[in-house]
Design a protein around this ligand. Sequence first.
Ligand code: SAM
Length: 245
Amino acid sequence: MASGFDPSEYGRHIAEVYDELHADLSPDAAVAMIAHYAAGDAVLEFGIGTGRIALPLVATGHQVDGVDGSAEMVERLRRSREGASLRVEIGDFTTTTMDRRYAVVVLAYNTINALPSQDAQVQTFRNAAAHLEPSGVFLVENWVPDVAAFHRGRVVRAHEHAAGRVQIEVAELHPAEQRMSATRLAFTADGVRLLPVNHRYVWPAELDLMARLAGLHLEDRWQDWDRAPFTDQSTTYVAVYRKDT
Ligand SMILES: C[S@@+](CC[C@H](N)C(=O)[O-])C[C@H]1O[C@@H](n2cnc3c(N)ncnc32)[C@H](O)[C@@H]1O
């Protein structure tokens, strides 16, 4: 793993405003797909965060455990009655272990890119596989790298333009290491907040190979949690990796 990597860093910068910034992002389709694969059995979420997906998933009657590197994000999760009773370990999901297995392990919302290196991403697949019951599935939500959007290695893009809130991202690409360093600028009436976003971006087929190294195989790749077909135009995907039998 790259030296100096700190899995708690992201949450330290964003925990206070995470739920507000993602208020428009409905978890419904993700919850429906995860519940479909879990079929009543238990789920483990790597990077459970503030519980954006986990809490509505618990409401469907599923046991949801979690791992997260950020005590600040988990403190937010703990504020709700349902969140207070969830089993969540504070730690790095590349290595943290739980003492049971699950029907589904989930890594949502592009969080695979938060890892600093290909080795750490491979190790995450291995850790997910180690937590799966026989024939369990690892669900990974990610974006397709869009290197064509960058001009001379840089891009400025508007992520949100809503009443009282604007989000702009300034991003720089480092193709040799497949890294993108970016700063998200969130403008509200209270001022400007700078949120660092550091990604080791990864290609869909590269994830498929990581899965094979970990004893999993690609069963499906959808464009999104609603199961739209994944096509040449897709900019996002949800991959379903099933444990080899
Ligand atoms: C983008 S947020 C996603 C939170 C939640 N899954 C959601 O969909 O809203 C990523 C989360 O992963 C956590 N995280 C990132 N890298 C991690 C690592 N290596 N180990 C544990 N948690 C990590 C962050 O602290 C943060 O809570």
